[in-house]
Design a protein around this ligand. Structure first.
Ligand code: ATP
Ligand code: MG
Length: 190
């Protein structure tokens, strides 16, 4: 499978659908949120820096994120497509991803945008707070993450449109339906 960028608001299901996509098409998976949470858990220098931003619902600075992304990408086995989950989140990151892949003679592949209404997003994140206890899944931090998403990340939708690789999928109340639409599209892309 070619590379896939999965894009959407906090709680839109990026991680969930990524796992299903990885299982069906046998790909690599980079979740920048998971990379950061593992650094925090291991008490690394990077983890210490990241924690302050995550707890406040803010983005980690671009230079740092771009560096982490390139290292993580280069550590994956070559030859399989990779699904980028949680990256890029700013125009600067998107330009850097495009360049990083071009430097390696790879391309961005396709972008999947998950469109979910905010009421559903909030309910999911509050439910996840109960089930997984993620420190940034509390109502105050969730509100900040939504604001950051609208200001810094959502404008990227247009950027991908201009790159000619944006494909939108809208939540209609059922995971099976959403996943069915995503798989039907990806089956035409291999
Ligand atoms: P979900 O995983 O449910 O879609 P989310 O998008 O809010 O929710 P993660 O992708 O796990 O969650 O990211 C958690 C936090 O990690 C972000 O709020 C941000 O602080 C930091 N983070 C993750 N990826 C990036 C990135 N590409 N650039 C800057 N910060 C990031
Ligand atoms: Mg996630």
């Amino acid at each position: 499978m070619k590379n896939i960028i999965i894009f959407g608001a906090p709680g839109s299901g990026k991680g969930t659908y990524s796992d299903d996509i990885v299982a069906r098409y046998d790909m690599g998976h980079i979740s920048t949120g998971d990379v950061l949470r593992s650094e925090i858990k291991n008490g690394t220098e990077l983890g210490k820096i990241a924690q302050g931003y995550i707890d406040n619902g803010q983005l980690i600075p671009d230079e740092l994120m771009i560096d982490i992304l390139a290292k993580t990408y280069d550590a994956l086995p070559a030859g399989k497509g990779v699904i980028f989950d949680g990256f890029p989140r700013t125009i600067t990151q998107a330009e850097a991803l495009k360049k990083m892949l071009a430097d390696r003679k790879h391309d961005m592949g396709v972008m999947l945008e998950l469109i979910v209404d905010e009421e559903t997003l909030l309910a999911r994140l509050l439910n996840r707070a109960k089930e997984q206890g993620r420190a940034d899944d509390n109502e105050e931090t969730i509100k900040k993450r939504f604001e950051v998403y609208h200001k810094q990340t959502a404008p990227l939708s247009k950027w991908f449109e201009q790159e000619g690789i944006r494909n939108a999928f809208t939540w209609k109340g059922s995971k099976e339906t959403m996943l069915g639409e995503i798989f039907a599209f990806l089956d035409t892309q291999k």
